[in-house]
Design a protein around this ligand. Structure first.
Ligand code: FES
Length: 150
């Protein structure tokens, strides 16, 4: 067991966690932030992506004990009016929707570091995020639309 302090979506938490507690389970079960989805649970699909100190990570294979002192942002923390979320709605990106929180978190991390990503940049950056419905063309278009928004 370990006592960790983390800031999640701007709020500070001090919690006792097991050494093997996954960040995805901590967010969903301890903090009730169920917007972070779990698909494969093996770092393959990207449904569980969150931001850890500004970088996108797969929370299903990140130990929360290793996040002590970190800032974490989940899909809830984007606030609903983030330009990526606005672009997603404008282009009606989701189909079943299950993978979309992870897609949006991965896309927002891209735009934080690359204001005008090319198709190749987008395809490379988003390659770890799988969509079984095949919404990839709309995801790419929405990232480009978001890049043009202020
Ligand atoms: Fe984490 Fe699939 S649930 S990558």
């Amino acid at each position: 067991m370990a006592v960790i302090t983390v800031k999640v979506n701007g709020k500070n938490y001090k919690k006792e966690v097991s050494d093997n507690t996954l960040l995805s389970d901590f967010l969903r079960e301890n903090l009730s932030l169920t917007g972070t989805h779990v698909g494969c649970d093996t770092s393959q699909c990207g449904a569980c992506v969150v931001h850890l100190n500004g970088n996108s990570v797969k929370s299903c294979t990140t130990l929360v004990a290793d996040c002590n002192g970190s800032e974490i942002t989940t899909i809830e923390g984007l606030g609903g009016n983030h330009k990526v979320q606005r672009a997603w709605m404008a282009l009606d990106v989701p189909q079943c929707g299950y993978c979309q929180p992870g897609q949006i978190m991965q896309a927002s991390a891209l735009l934080a570091n690359n204001k005008k990503p090319s198709d190749a940049d987008i395809d490379s950056w988003m390659s770890g995020n799988i969509c079984r419905c095949g919404t990839y063309p709309r995801i790419r278009a929405a990232i480009k639309a978001a890049a043009k928004m202020s």
